[in-house]
Design a protein around this ligand. Structure first.
Ligand code: FAD
Length: 417
């Protein structure tokens, strides 16, 4: 494995870092002030997006763009250091049209959309003209096991009618969010529990779609929203089904793989920023006659954080390389492993940094509280830690049995993460 960044990636990293320094970092305070004043989307977002696009720093996440689609055509391995750079500022990836959940949705449209679906939804998403949401999780069932999903998508002539309730639907309160990809059941009686679900396109302004509330995360209000949404007799044309009835699980598998690694890449950037801040602060202040870093505990936190970040980064790069070579399905164990490791690491490092800052560490005067909160939320989003650990253990056991010459046919279907 060669993880040296190619000259093309190095050049993009240089340009992206410069963009961050010139245009993003100076606006962090302004972004915070506008959001606090209830001004969302912030006034400069569209200008920054136009600038990033004009500089070719656009749609960096999507490897297989067509000739007429705008973007850089990077592999996952090439994208990793760029996502890390963007990740240092929580809102920055939107500027480069690389933010979740749009990225996952664009991948779905790209891989499975019909020509008409692509023209209507993928094209404006790729251009950054609209935003989108992904609606799977439900309040009434354990949604980490997606076979539990209860929302019904019932065929009625040339339409489907959707009834159900979803929550924690990110981005749904964004004024530019125009479309949702919804997962529900078209065939709840199917003996194959992984063929009961389908994905369907629901324009946000369809009758019967009601955003009931924007749920705060750790008491933090996100203006783009993590929303609870009621779907009551929502009627959409049958042509809105994605790929085909019963393909929901298959699409989710393809969608979540890259999405999970993108979160981890950005998490590494956030962890690196927390460590930078910890190191700076430890060199600035003295307690009991010594700089903070000269106290054993703080020195150990710095050392451990450096080791953990470097380990995690190498693992993310290895996983990105595997996705490029064998696809998300072939790399499913590695994707689960990094998803279980990296957000946890982010909260640990942010927590140490907060401690080194003293009381200021939990004030709004550093980004550490946001870094910690987002790391904590990521331990649920795109699958809780325990579900990933379960997948890793099951794959490990089945690989071990295979080596010993056994096969366990009953393990095969549920092994699909
Ligand atoms: C910030 C944020 C944004 C989100 N955005 C979206 C979004 O845009 N769209 C969307 O559809 N969803 C979204 N979610 C929801 C997220 O995907 C779910 O919270 C997650 O899948 C878990 O589902 P659940 O909340 O129903 O927990 P449950 O399924 O009820 O699980 C509860 C707990 O049970 C434990 N558990 C579950 N399975 C196992 C197991 N096998 N072994 C041991 N313990 C287990 C875990 O500790 C888990 O946390 C978001 C969540 C957050 C926090």
């Amino acid at each position: 494995m060669d993880f040296d960044h190619s000259p093309k990636t190095q050049e993009l990293c240089r340009r992206l870092s410069q963009f961050m320094e010139n245009h993003i970092t100076p606006r962090i305070r302004g972004h915070h002030d506008e959001i606090s004043a209830g001004n969302f989307p912030v006034s400069f977002m569209e200008d920054l997006k136009a600038l990033a696009k004009s500089e070719g720093l656009w749609n960096l996440f999507l490897p297989h763009l067509k000739d007429d689609e705008d973007g850089t055509r990077l592999s996952n391995l090439e994208y990793a250091p760029l996502a890390e750079i963007m990740g240092r500022v929580l809102w920055a990836s939107e500027v480069f049209n690389c933010s979740a959940p749009d990225t996952g949705n664009m991948e779905v449209f790209h891989m499975f959309g019909t020509k008409a679906q692509k023209a209507q939804w993928l094209a404006p998403l790729l251009e950054g003209e609209i935003r989108s949401a992904f609606a799977m999780t439900e309040p009434d069932v354990c949604s980490s096991d997606a076979t539990n999903i209860q929302t019904i998508i019932r065929r009625d002539g040339n339409d489907y009618i959707i009834n159900g309730r979803k929550w924690f639907i990110s981005n749904a309160a964004h004024p530019n969010c125009k479309v949702m990809i919804l997962m529900g059941k078209t065939d709840p009686e199917n003996d194959d529990r992984h063929r009961q679900q389908s994905m369907i396109i629901v324009p946000m302004d369809t009758d019967g779609v009601t955003i009931e509330r924007n749920i705060s995360i750790m008491n933090h209000h996100s203006p783009e929203g993590h929303c609870e949404i009621l779907f009551k007799d929502v009627r959409v044309p049958a042509r809105n089904i994605i790929s085909g009835e019963g393909d929901g699980f298959m699409i989710a598998q393809a969608r979540l793989g890259p999405g999970r690694i993108h979160h981890c890449m950005r998490s590494i950037g956030q962890s690196e920023l927390a460590l930078d801040l910890m190191v700076e602060r430890a060199q600035e202040r003295k307690a009991f006659g010594k700089y903070l870093h000269q106290h054993g505990a703080v020195g150990e936190w710095i050392a451990r954080s450096r080791m953990e970040i470097d380990q995690a980064r190498l693992f993310v790069l290895k996983t990105a390389d595997m996705i490029d070579k064998v696809g998300a399905k072939g790399a499913r164990k590695e994707i689960s492993m990094i998803k279980a490791i990296v957000p946890h690491m982010q909260t640990t490092i942010a927590d140490r940094a907060m401690q080194v800052f003293g009381a200021m560490g939990i004030s709004p005067d550093t980004p550490l509280v946001d870094i910690w909160t987002w790391g904590r939320a990521l331990r649920y989003a795109d699958g809780p830690d325990e579900v990933h650990l379960r997948s890793i253990a099951r794959i490990e056991i089945s690989e071990s049995l295979e080596k010993q010459g056994y096969t366990l046919p009953y393990l095969t279907p549920p092994l699909r993460p």
